[in-house]
Design a protein around this ligand. Structure first.
Ligand SMILES: NC(=O)c1ccc[n+]([C@@H]2O[C@H](COP(=O)([O-])OP(=O)(O)OC[C@H]3O[C@@H](n4cnc5c(N)ncnc54)[C@H](O)[C@@H]3O)[C@@H](O)[C@H]2O)c1
Ligand SMILES: [Zn+2]
Length: 574
């Protein structure tokens, strides 16, 4: 779309064109680069608040902070921001801290579509290392990644109040600018008219925001994580504009533990509906059970304005999501994950499916929920083994994307597992891990590139599951844990990473009670499964390998012989 077309459509749909775009986010995330592209595409000037500070005061922000202190610099920056906020049209790239002050937030919000560009500290640090401009990033110091993490902890909450959240990792600057322009042309005016938006932005004590947003460019939905979320379900549904009947799908275990409280919550709010309970376990994730659910919805005369609620682990989420995707060519659905695995992984990203005798997840779709609402309190009733299993995915997220989360897991394994986990910490870790998954699927919803790194440990993990019979000896997370160890050993042999990292991975998996190998599984069956999975081509196997703690990449060139040798030692007993 050209700038003129975009502008025309904004005027056409909303009446008023929004004449300002403000970019917020951490230092180094790419605000200036993306800002320049936006300015060029729109034919608007680019105002970079750091540059404006320099023009007005004759010194860079770095120099000002060093010579006059951060407090003084912030005051000077605020003046510049307030001035810039009055200029239209304009694209405004803000300094990393400029959105922390309530007065600046409100002023910027008055005319602008506020866009939060998000990437992990690890990815930003890698970017900065590749193009060092250290003198321009005064607050970062030597350990860039650790400092960025501190700033992220401090500032994310304010950034989350922006109108739009855009992944800035795994997407080229052009694509990021494209996402922003698309939203600007389509919905900016509506976003700016949100009730109480300016009051919210201008408040010194910012209200709670979702733990993460999934925004694929086509769909956007929040992920709420915390205690007491189920009680707030009616309120959340109202916020989402979901006013129809509720068709709750769950399994026998989950309904026994949590059915009464959710029923009470819906009844009190006067929300009508019905529920369908399937037997617990993978055996319910079938075409046949999906068909039964379709019939049930037809009997109930479910309509497109009604809602499918998936209350349970990954099995219920995948099954109910598949039914919602297909009934009436798509009904809205909301994920209420109740297992660690579902909260951190399965419920996020819109992959829904059922199994066939020929294989798992063979019939499915990409179909995004309207929201993911993870009530941490439900984990109190989750069996120990499922709890531990789910942490394989959390550890995976940490290993491939977030060394800070890895530290947190290493230091706190005891408080996160066992009979009485620390619920607050569990919520914090879940929010952080869910955010990583949200970031990756937002950048790559259809699994064309970046999303592949989520398959760390899964190549051999899936093969172990297939070889040992699904729902058999190894649960998914356990097979993935062994699969990550296999990937680690392969990486060490290929010189991709050190032995130390492999040992570190083993320690954290062990601390969460996860297996490091898969003794007793038939090696040949595992290798056959790998071949069937089409992971092998011309004697080479595609593998996600760690580059270092918190970073991973896809390798196309792993020798099949090395894989075979690794698998044989992984399954050897004793
Ligand atoms: N869609 C995706 O992207 C994706 C990703 C990963 C896994 N999956 C799928 O997820 C499924 C596995 O998910 P899972 O591990 O959650 O399995 P699950 O849904 O079978 O749940 C595990 C067990 O825990 C019970 N349970 C769940 N929550 C409970 C609670 N709060 N209290 C008491 N019992 C509870 C269930 O009844 C079940 O017996 C697989 O089918 C897998 O293919 C999907
Ligand atoms: Zn998995």
């Amino acid at each position: 779309m050209t700038a003129r077309e975009a502008q025309a459509s904004t005027v056409g749909t909303a009446g008023v064109a929004v004449q300002q775009i403000v970019l917020v986010g951490l230092s180094g995330v790419g605000k200036s680069t993306v800002g320049a592209l936006l300015a060029q595409r729109l034919g608007w000037p680019l105002l970079d608040t750091d540059d404006l500070v320099r023009e007005r005061h004759g010194e860079t922000p770095a120099a000002l902070i060093t010579t006059r202190g951060e407090t003084t610099f912030r005051a000077l920056e605020r003046e510049v921001v307030l001035d810039a906020a009055r200029r239209t049209p304009a694209v405004i790239a803000t300094g990393g801290g400029a959105f922390q002050h309530s007065e600046s937030r409100r002023a910027l919000g008055e005319r602008a579509l506020l866009v939060f560009l998000d990437a992990t500290p690890g990815a930003i640090a890698a970017r900065l290392r590749a193009a060092p401009v250290a003198s321009e990033r005064p607050l970062l110091g030597d350990d860039i990644e650790a400092r960025l993490q501190e700033l992220d902890d401090e500032r994310r909450h304010a950034y989350s109040h922006a109108d739009l959240w855009v992944p800035a990792q795994g997407l080229e600057p052009e694509a990021i600018a494209g996402r922003v322009l698309q939203a600007w042309a389509g919905e900016a005016a509506t976003l700016l008219r949100q009730p109480l938006r300016l009051d919210r932005l201008g408040s010194a004590r910012l209200s709670a925001t979702p733990a993460a947003i999934v925004d694929t460019g086509a769909e956007r939905y929040p992920i709420w994580v915390g205690s007491g979320q189920l009680e707030r379900l009616p309120e959340r549904l109202r916020q989402l504009g979901l006013a129809g009947r509720v068709f709750l799908v769950s399994d026998a275990n989950v309904i026994e533990a949590h059915g009464p409280s959710i029923a009470r919550s819906l009844e009190t709010a006067g929300i009508p509906g019905a529920s369908y309970v399937v037997p617990a376990g993978e055996a319910s994730k079938t075409w046949r059970v999906a068909g039964e659910l379709h019939h049930w919805l037809a009997e109930q005369r479910a309509e497109r304005r009604d809602l499918v609620l998936a209350l349970g682990g990954g099995v219920v989420g995948d099954l109910a999501g598949f039914v919602a995707a297909t009934y009436l060519r798509g009904m809205p659905f909301v994920q209420l994950p109740t297992s660690v695995l579902a909260m951190n992984d399965a419920a996020i990203g819109g992959k829904v499916a059922v199994d066939l005798p020929a294989g798992k997840n063979l019939v499915g779709a990409f179909y995004q929920p309207r929201a993911v609402i993870a009530d941490i309190d439900t984990l109190r009733t989750l069996p120990r083994r499922s709890h531990a299993e789910g942490f394989a995915e959390v550890i995976k997220h940490a290993l491939i994307l977030d060394v800070g989360l890895l530290h947190l897991l290493e230091r706190n394994a005891g408080r996160l597992t066992g009979g009485a986990p620390d619920m607050e910490l569990l919520a914090q870790v879940t929010a952080r891990s869910a955010r990583l998954k949200a970031l990756v699927v937002s950048a790559d919803p259809q699994e064309r590139g970046l999303r592949a790194i989520l398959n760390y440990g899964h190549t051999i993990g899936h093969a172990i599951e297939a070889a040992s019979g699904y729902g058999g000896e190894y649960l998914h997370g356990e097979a993935v844990a062994a699969g990550m160890m296999a990937a680690g050993r392969i990486a060490v042999r290929m010189g991709v990473h050190s032995d130390d990292l492999l040992a570190r991975q083993a320690d954290v998996l062990r601390a969460f009670g996860l297996p490091l190998a898969a003794p007793g599984v038939d090696a040949r069956a595992v290798l056959d499964a790998l071949r069937r999975d089409k992971k092998v081509e011309a004697g080479r196997v595609r593998f996600v390998l760690l580059e270092r703690a918190g970073a991973a990449a896809l390798h196309e060139d792993v020798p099949e012989a090395l894989v075979a040798e690794t698998v044989r030692s992984l399954v050897a007993t004793g």
